[in-house]
Ligand binder design. Structure first.
Ligand code: HEC
Length: 197
């Protein structure tokens, strides 16, 4: 009897997890063009940012890195958006810049990433995609890829932020929530969108 109950509970849990998953498999046998393009774009965005950040921190310390994240991140995103013909950005459950705040769909996906991480999935493998109707009723392909927290990120997003970085962050982001992260935490996600004809 107990076992049957447990089975029923497991089935209910599986159903609720299945509900949170996309209508297609997470790893379909043959990724569609949109999925392939999204993976490549997210990968390029991440690599370009990390390289610029590493370079800036190496030559001018973490304060120079702020300029990369503050100004260059948006420029890189704009450039990629034009080149790849898809909207490219970053978001998080705890944002530094309020303009990166998630919309409802992104919020649900970020929470789903958190839950999947808690179940043991590696953060750097978490992705999700779906075709949804946007606010204007436009069919849109949307894709998100999780961003793990690396040690490089901690001087600006960790528990102990150097005073000179702290001063800059306070001036630029009075409502900063993007701190207190530890290595391996889910820092946020790349988020991509492309209208579907
Ligand atoms: C030198 C300081 C600095 C370092 C190091 C840094 N960041 Fe940031 N990060 C920022 C700033 C400043 C912003 C706000 C950018 C903006 O205005 O859009 C930001 C924003 C973000 C965002 C967008 C969401 C939000 O909070 O607004 C993500 C995601 C992010 N950082 C991830 C990372 C990751 C991952 C690393 C390590 C690989 C990292 N950051 C390293 C300063 C830093």
């Amino acid at each position: 009897m107990k076992y049957a109950l447990l089975l029923a509970f497991n089935a209910a849990l599986a159903a609720s997890v299945a509900f949170a998953k996309p209508p297609v498999d997470i790893e379909p046998p043959a990724p569609t063009a949109e999925i392939k393009a999204s993976r490549a774009t997210a990968q390029q965005f991440g690599a370009t940012l990390k390289e610029a950040l590493q370079q800036a921190v190496k030559t001018g310390g973490p304060v120079s890195g702020i300029e990369v994240c503050h100004g260059q991140a948006a420029q890189i995103a704009d450039k990629l958006s034009t080149e790849r013909e898809m909207l490219v950005g970053r978001t998080s459950l705890k944002v530094r810049n309020p303009s990166n705040a998630p919309d409802n769909w992104e919020l649900a996906v970020l929470k789903q990433f958190d839950a999947r991480k808690a179940q043991g999935e590696p953060v750097d493998k978490l992705e999700f995609f779906a075709v949804i109707d946007d606010d204007q009723g436009q069919k849109t392909f949307r894709y998100m890829k999780a961003i793990p927290t690396a040690s490089l990120c901690l001087s600006c997003h960790g528990d102990t932020i150097p005073p000179e970085v702290e001063a800059q962050l306070k001036a630029l982001y009075p409502d900063d929530k993007a701190r207190g992260f530890k290595e391996g935490d889910l820092r946020g996600a790349f988020t991509l969108a492309k209208p579907v004809p």
